[in-house]
Design a protein around this ligand. Structure first.
Ligand code: ATP
Ligand code: MG
Length: 651
C-alpha cells in the first residue's frame, strides 16, 4: 500500500472505551487472551465444555494432514439437541426462542424452546418418511419464516447436510447449487412477503428442477402466502400435511464431530461461488463461544437481533446455530427495512426491547441516507451492544451507528469473518477493547491471524499487506464440497501453512488490524497501490454522500484510474457537476492527489449481494464499457439496468 493510503485511516484518532458497567460484568475479560495464547487447544477444549456431547473427544485437534483439519476427534454430538433439547431438559422450555415478525404488520409469532423442539422433531420425522437419510443433502429455499429454522435444525438432527439458497436467487442459481451438492429434497414455500407484496418462490423451484432432471425426489412446501402454485403429484408435498401430522417424539442420533452439517455457497463477489463445507462439533464450538463472548450474551435478559438473511452464513452462525446453542431469545424478521415504512426496524427494536443488534454496514449507510430523524422517532434505549459484519465499516458510518442507534453509549463490535471461517475471528471484545471506528481490532482469544507481505513475512506496525490465519480454528471450513483440490488452491497454496483470506489489511502503530477490502479489488494507479475501502470511506465522510463504490478501470496513462459510483443522502437533493468536482477534490484532500477519482457517477443504487456486499466486478465492467458479467448472485438483478441507463444518459 502506498504512503498516501496508509496515512488516511491512520489519522483516525477517535477511541471508545468499554462502558464501565459492561466491563464489570463482561463474559470475557483480558485474561482470556493470555490463557488462549499459552495453550490454544486447551482454550478451545474448555469452550467445547459449554456444549453437550455424547462421546467425549479423545483429541482436540488433528492437524496431521493439513490443510484438512479435524476438531474434537472421536467426539459425538447432535447440533439440534444442543440448540433445543438441552434447554428444554434444563427447564427453560417456556423461554421464547424466536420472536418472529412477519412483514405484514401484526403478523407475528412467538416460539418457545419447547415449541421449536417439537416442530423440529415433527419435521425430522416427516423428512425421514420422505426417505431422507443421514448424509443425504437437502436444499432449503425459503423466506425468513420460523419453518426455515425448523427445516435447518431438522436436517441437522438427522445428519442430512442442508444447503440454504437465498430466496432472492433465481432458478438458475438454485439449480446450480442443487446440482453441485446433489440435493434429493428441496424445502420451500409458496412465497414470502417482500416490500408489501407476496413474492413467489415455488415457480423458481419448478424451473430449477426442470433443469436438473430427476435428481430431486421431493419438494416440501410451506404455505406462507396462500398464492396459487403448480403441483407435481407424487413429488410435491405440503408441509402442513406431513409435518403437522408427524409425531413430536424423535430420538436424535449422536453424530461424529466431523459429520457434515451444511454446505453454504459464498457470495460470488470475486468469482464463481464456492461450496463451503462445515462440520458439526468444531463449528458449534466456534459459533457458540464467539456469540457468547463477542456479544457478551446474557441469555436470561438479552433480546438479540441479527438482521442477516438465513441465506447468508451470518444467518447460519449468528441467527441459528450460535444463538440457539446459547439459549438466546431473539428476533427474526421476514421483510425489508422499509416495509411498510422506513422506521420498521426501530419499531421492532422498541416493541421487543432489543438489547443486542447485529447488522451490516450497507444497512447502516442506507439509514444514513434516509436521515437521522427516522430512528429518532422510536425508543432505542434498550440497546446495549451493536455489531457490524460483511464489509469494512467506514468510520463515518460507525460514528453514525453509535450515535443514532446506540445512543452514544453502546459499544460497537466490528466483526471480521467469512463463510469459510464459520465463526468471527477478528473483533473487539466489548468489555475489554477500546474500539477505533473502522478497525476490526485484534484476533479473538484462540485465533491466530497476521498481516504479511509477498514473502509471507509479518509486516511491521504501520504497514499493510495480506491478511492470513496462521493456526487452525474450530469452525474452519473443512473443504470445498467435492473439490479438495480447489480448496487447497484457493486458500492454502499461496504460502506454505498459511490460510490466505483474500483480504488486504494493515496494522496500525498499536498493531490493531484495519481491513482494506479484497486483494482482487486493489487498484494500481501510476504504480501506487490504492485500497477501495479507503477511497470509499473518504467519499462517505463527505456530508452529502451516503454510500460509495470504487473500482479501478483500465487507463492508458496511469495503468488504472479510480472510478467512483456514489449514492447521495436524501437531504442532498438533486445535484450536478459542481458536486462531482467537489467530491473529487474532497478525496484528493482526504487521501492525496493520487487517489482523486477520474470519474464519479451519481447513481440511485449499487449492485449488492444478499449480504449487502458491493459487487465491484460488475461496476468495473461498466467503467470499462464492457458487457456486464454474471449477475445471478445479486440481491436485485435489475440494479445493473438502472446504472447502465444512467451511464447511457450521462453527457
Ligand atoms: P466470494 O468469496 O465468493 O467472493 P464473499 O467473500 O463475498 O464471496 P462472504 O464469505 O460472505 O462472501 O464474505 C466474506 C468477506 O466479507 C471477507 O473476506 C471480507 O472481505 C468481508 N468482510 C466481512 N466482515 C468484514 C468486516 N467486519 N470488515 C471488513 N471486511 C469484512
Ligand atoms: Mg470470499
Amino acid at each position: 500500500m502506498s504512503e498516501e493510503t496508509l496515512s488516511n485511516l491512520m489519522n483516525e484518532q477517535r477511541r471508545f472505551a468499554p462502558p464501565a458497567e459492561l466491563a464489570a460484568s463482561a463474559n470475557v475479560t483480558e485474561e482470556a487472551y493470555e490463557r488462549a495464547a499459552s495453550d490454544r487447544e486447551a482454550f478451545w477444549a474448555e469452550a467445547a465444555e459449554r456444549l453437550d456431547w455424547g462421546q467425549k473427544w479423545d483429541q482436540v485437534l488433528d492437524w496431521s494432514n493439513p490443510p484438512f483439519a479435524k476438531w474434537f476427534v472421536g467426539g459425538t454430538i447432535n447440533a439440534a439437541v444442543n440448540c433445543l433439547d438441552r434447554h428444554v431438559e434444563a427447564g427453560r422450555g417456556d423461554k421464547v426462542a424466536l420472536h418472529w415478525v412477519g412483514e405484514p404488520e401484526d403478523d407475528t409469532r412467538d416460539l418457545t424452546y419447547a415449541q421449536l423442539k417439537d416442530e423440529v422433531c415433527r419435521a425430522a420425522n416427516a423428512l425421514t418418511e420422505l426417505g431422507v437419510q443421514k448424509g443425504d443433502r437437502v436444499a432449503i429455499y425459503m423466506p425468513m419464516i420460523p419453518e426455515t429454522v425448523v427445516a435447518m435444525l431438522a436436517c441437522a438432527r438427522l445428519g442430512a447436510p442442508h444447503t440454504v439458497v437465498f430466496g432472492g436467487f433465481s432458478a438458475d442459481a438454485l439449480a446450480s447449487r442443487v446440482t453441485d451438492c446433489e440435493a434429493k429434497v428441496i424445502i420451500t414455500a409458496d412465497g414470502g412477503y417482500r416490500r408489501g407484496a407476496p413474492s413467489a418462490l415455488k415457480p423458481a423451484v419448478d424451473e430449477a428442477i426442470a433443469k436438473v432432471g430427476d435428481l430431486v425426489r421431493n419438494v416440501l412446501v410451506v404455505r406462507r402466502t396462500g398464492q396459487d402454485v403448480d403441483w407435481a403429484e407424487g413429488r410435491d408435498v405440503w408441509w402442513h400435511d406431513v409435518v403437522d401430522a408427524a409425531s413430536a417424539e424423535h430420538e436424535a442420533e449422536l453424530h461424529d464431530s466431523e459429520h457434515p452439517l451444511y454446505v453454504m455457497y459464498t457470495s460470488g463477489t470475486t468469482g464463481k461461488p464456492k461450496g463451503i463445507l462445515h462440520t458439526t462439533g468444531g463449528y458449534l464450538v466456534g459459533t457458540s463461544w464467539t456469540h457468547w463472548a463477542v456479544f457478551d450474551l446474557k441469555p436470561e435478559t438479552d433480546v438479540y437481533w441479527c438482521t442477516a438473511d438465513v441465506g447468508w452464513v451470518t444467518g447460519h452462525s449468528y441467527m441459528v446455530y450460535g444463538p440457539l446453542a446459547n439459549g438466546s431469545t431473539q428476533v427474526m424478521y421476514e421483510g425489508t427495512p422499509d416495509a411498510p415504512h422506513k422506521g420498521r426496524w426501530w419499531e421492532i427494536v422498541e416493541k421487543y426491547g432489543v438489547t443486542i443488534f447485529y447488522t451490516a454496514p450497507t444497512a447502516i449507510r442506507t439509514f444514513m441516507k434516509w436521515g437521522d430523524e427516522i430512528p429518532a422517532k422510536y425508543d432505542r434505549s434498550s440497546i446495549r451492544l451493536l455489531g457490524s459484519v460483511g464489509e469494512p465499516i467506514n468510520p463515518e458510518a460507525y460514528i453514525w451507528y453509535r450515535k443514532n442507534i446506540g445512543g452514544d453509549k453502546a459499544p460497537i463490535v466490528d466483526t471480521w469473518w467469512q463463510t469459510e471461517t464459520g465463526q468471527i475471528l477478528i473483533s473487539p471484545l466489548p468489555g475489554v477493547t477500546s474500539g477505533k471506528p473502522g478497525s476490526a481490532m485484534t484476533p479473538l482469544p484462540g485465533v491466530a491471524a497476521d498481516v504479511v507481505d509477498d514473502e509471507a513475512r509479518p509486516v511491521p506496525n504501520g504497514s499493510g499487506g495480506y491478511l492470513v490465519l496462521t493456526q487452525p480454528w474450530p469452525a474452519m471450513l473443512r473443504t470445498l464440497w467435492g473439490d479438495d483440490q480447489r480448496f487447497k488452491d484457493t486458500y492454502w497454496s499461496r504460502w506454505e501453512g498459511l490460510y490466505f483470506a483474500g483480504d488486504g489489511a494493515k496494522k496500525d502503530d498499536d498493531g490493531d488490524i484495519w481491513l482494506l477490502g479484497r486483494v482482487d479489488d486493489v487498484m494500481n494507479v501510476s504504480g501506487h497501490r490504492l485500497s477501495t475501502t479507503e477511497i470509499e470511506s473518504a467519499l462517505v465522510s463527505h456530508p452529502m454522500v451516503a454510500e460509495a463504490a470504487v473500482v479501478g478501470a483500465a487507463d492508458e496513462m496511469t495503468g488504472q484510474a479510480v472510478c467512483a459510483f456514489v449514492i447521495l443522502r436524501e437531504s442532498a437533493g438533486v445535484q450536478g457537476d459542481d458536486l462531482v468536482t467537489e467530491l473529487r477534490n474532497h478525496v484528493a484532500k482526504e487521501i492525496g492527489g493520487i487517489a482523486k477519482p477520474r470519474q464519479i457517477m451519481i447513481v440511485p443504487e449499487l449492485p449488492k449481494t444478499r449480504s449487502g456486499k458491493i459487487m465491484r466486478r460488475l461496476l468495473k465492467d461498466v467503467a470499462e464499457h464492457r458487457e456486464v458479467g454474471d449477475v445471478t448472485t445479486l440481491a436485485d438483478s435489475t440494479v445493473m439496468d438502472l446504472i447502465k441507463s444512467k451511464e447511457a444518459s450521462a453527457p
